[in-house]
Design a protein around this ligand. Structure first.
Ligand code: RP5
Length: 164
């Protein structure tokens, strides 16, 4: 991904502490050369900044937003409330409830304001990156090729696995 390329995907998270997991989304998109930006913002701690980011997202050129948060995880839902861009939610693992709190907070959106909710933690973050890439690939044949190639490589990896 060229540094100067305008970001098509926003990767946002409620705290630096989420980066341990959310980096997986950015890594996948870097591998697939999907231009993206990474930001920390919180539905609760910086609500005005979050609402402003969501409201401007389309005009700023974003095509999808990935939002990771934990606990009372309202980041993805609040962003979805302010934009018609596809919003992909990633529940962060938490110490007290293992991320079940985050999952239920993100997945239980009311009818009319969808959030595509991924699995808890790193796997969900990686899948969010792939899902965003799939959305962008609908209008980008070269990216679609790269995505198909990425999946084919995973098939080869599995077939090469050997048991001890
Ligand atoms: C959420 O609270 C964040 O998304 C994070 O998962 C969790 C804990 O945040 P910190 O207390 O580590 O900043 O808003």
């Amino acid at each position: 991904m060229a540094a100067a390329e305008a970001p098509l995907v926003g990767v946002v998270m409620g705290s630096k502490s989420d980066w341990e997991y959310m980096a997986a989304a950015a890594e996948i998109m870097a591998e697939l050369r999907v231009s993206h930006e990474v930001r920390i913002m919180s539905a609760h701690r910086t609500p005005d900044i979050t609402l402003d980011y969501a409201a401007r997202a389309r005009e700023s050129g974003l095509r999808a937003i990935i939002a990771g948060a934990g606990g009372a995880a309202h980041l993805a839902g609040v962003i979805a409330a302010k934009t018609i861009l596809p919003v992909i939610g990633v529940p962060m693992p938490t110490t007290s409830l293992n991320g079940m709190d985050s999952l239920l907070s993100i997945v239980q959106m009311p009818k009319g304001v969808p959030v595509a909710t991924m699995a808890i933690g790193k796997a969900g973050a990686a899948n969010a990156g792939l899902f965003a890439a799939a959305i962008i690939a609908l209008g980008d044949a070269a990216l679609a090729e790269r995505l198909a190639g990425w999946r084919a490589a995973r098939v080869r990896e599995l077939l090469e696995q050997k048991l001890p």
